[in-house]
Write a protein that binds this ligand. Structure first.
Ligand code: PEP
Ligand code: MG
Length: 539
């Protein structure tokens, strides 16, 4: 048995076999080929397959996001068909008698170096496109364009150097019993996903590829990982699991209780979800509603912009299942660690402070309006509110409201039914916190995103595990800001909730009640422990 101490990210105990997810490396090794014609044919077939896929995507994008945004796919097609690039790949295969993957990689490098030598911004952006497409051709040649999760055929403990949120959301969660990684911060969206999916998680473990298939016990409470556990440890953890079962039974008695303190103060407990499947756990724990549906995961799961109908079907199903309990859908908050490739956002030095959240939505009105149309149409089927991420100014809120009015007018003209949708603003930047009195006058409610509010206030990148110790969640500056936002909201008769991870910090529940916070939105596993504190509070 080997024991490793990692960083506990989410509690729970799991025992099973390890599936090690190797890094998604592209095979561009140089291999001598004997049948040159066959190699050229293989290259041409790969280009043809990619061209067909791009044409299909272009048609879909044209009807859903409009010609100007779909154009990039056409540019991609031109790159694949580019005769200069094609010729140099084929010449290299013929003259150097090398495999197509290697020839594509070398020809791409040469072309990009040439374009970069002009020092022109437009050409620099195009080199990123060229590399992206070259990668797709290499994947096609390698036959590696598969999901890393394809090997997940039975419930297993996932181990990886690092797991991106987009990879995590695409896995079949019924087959993941724990997540263990080497890298990753406790505030990353992969960590948040583990919580919403109720999967024990430990980060910071020096995992090894050779562990693939070996037996393991993961203790998400302590961060301990036992590879090839001995009989004594297995027995000990069986006991611990039955204790955890007793605790679960104890909490289940709270399912039917109201979220009211002993003196009659109501503090709504809502749930955070990232996927429509999470609604099961929301209902199971009897939350008052969904306080944060991170809709961007729908975008991260797709290979291209999800269209209006696709989004509408998801929002409608969530709203219907919640049966008139409030559902707050946050508009697409991509950027930072959540960035689907098809958005073509150029690489940024500091993405947390970059092109993300509402900035991206306001900059891409077709994408934003498509999402708002889907949300508004779904509002006819229950109680739905909308929430806007990463706002820093009143001007942004006014701009959003104008777009919302346009969407409503469009739907009215089309005789599409929609309900009354409350407009919420996330207060997750220090700027929004400081002007929350002004924002409160324009919004229907405020929701405090403590994850980002903390990273921006304390200047601590939430993705950087090296500075995790500075990420002080109950720093007096954060608590003062929360109190200020609550007071500002109430001054204008608006409800104020917390939907960041701090809402689930049980050591602060009493303080939040004292501050007058109206709602706490947490991952489903925290609902009942939080309810216990609220119903037993004397405040
Ligand atoms: C937050 O920042 O607190 C929040 C709820 O949003 P996210 O964690 O998705 O950035
Ligand atoms: Mg945020």
């Amino acid at each position: 048995m080997e024991i490793f101490q990692g960083i506990p990210v989410f509690g729970g105990i799991a025992e099973g076999d390890i599936l090690f997810l190797a890094k998604d490396k592209r095979n561009v090794a140089c291999v001598r080929v004997s049948n040159i014609d066959k190699e050229v044919e293989r290259y041409e077939a790969a280009c043809l397959a990619i061209t067909r896929r791009l044409e299909e995507l272009y048609r879909k994008a044209l009807s859903e996001i409009g010609e100007s945004k779909a154009k990039i796919l056409d540019i991609y097609k031109l790159i694949v068909m580019d005769s200069e690039l094609n010729e140099s790949v084929k010449t290299m295969i013929r003259e150097k008698r090398v495999n197509a993957e290697y020839a594509v990689s070398c020809a791409t490098d040469e072309l990009c170096q040439h374009l970069l030598s002009f020092g022109d911004d437009y050409l620099r952006v195009r080199t990123a496109d060229i590399r992206d497409i070259a990668g797709k051709i290499i994947d096609e040649l390698n036959g590696t364009a598969r999901e890393r999760s394809a090997a997940l055929t039975e419930p297993m403990v996932i181990m990886a150097d690092e797991l991106k949120p987009s990879e995590t959301i695409q896995m079949d969660k019924s087959r993941i019993i724990a997540i263990v990684t080497r890298k990753g911060s406790t505030l990353s969206h992969t960590a948040i996903l583990a919580k919403t999916m109720n999967i024990p998680a430990v980060f910071g473990v020096n995992i090894r590829k050779g562990w693939n298939g070996r037996h393991v016990i993961v203790d998400g409470y302590t961060g301990l990982v036992y590879v090839d556990p001995d009989d004594k440890t297995v027995r000990l953890y069986h006991e611990k699991r039955s204790e955890a079962e007793d605790i679960r039974r104890h909490y289940s008695l709270l399912k039917t209780k109201d979220d009211v303190t002993k003196s009659g103060r109501q503090v709504h407990i809502y749930a955070n979800i990232s996927d429509p499947d999470d609604v099961d756990a929301v209902l199971e724990n009897n939350a008052a509603g969904i306080g944060l549906f991170r809709s961007e995961f729908l975008f991260l799961k797709s290979q291209n912009y999800p269209g209006e109908e696709e989004q509408f079907a998801v929002y409608k199903s969530v709203v219907e299942r919640m049966n008139n309990r409030e559902v707050v859908i946050r508009t697409c908050d991509v950027g930072g660690d959540k960035l689907p490739g098809y958005l073509h956002v150029p690489e940024e030095t500091n993405p947390a402070m970059g092109y993300r959240g509402i900035r991206l939505s306001l900059d891409r009105p077709e994408m934003f309006m498509t999402q708002l149309r889907a949300i508004y149409r779904a509002s006819a089927y229950g109680t739905l509110s909308v929430l806007y991420p990463l706002v820093i100014s009143v001007e942004e809120v006014l701009q959003i409201k104008k777009i919302v009015d346009d969407v409503k007018a469009e739907l009215t003209r089309e005789k599409q039914p929609f309900g009354l949708v409350k407009q919420g603003v996330m207060i997750e930047t220090p700027a929004a916190a400081v002007i929350s009195d002004l924002i409160a006058q324009e919004a229907d409610f405020l929701s405090i995103g403590t994850n980002d509010l903390t990273q921006y206030t304390l200047a601590v990148d939430r993705q950087n595990e090296r500075i995790d110790k500075y990420y002080d969640v109950d720093h007096p500056a954060i608590l003062r800001l929360i109190k200020m936002i609550v007071d500002n909201g109430h001054r204008y008769g608006k409800k104020v909730g917390i939907c960041g991870e701090l809402a689930a910090d049980l050591s602060l529940t009493e303080e939040f009640i004292r501050m007058g916070v109206d709602a706490l939105s947490v991952s489903a596993p925290y609902i009942l422990p939080l309810r216990e504190l609220i119903v037993n509070s004397n405040l």
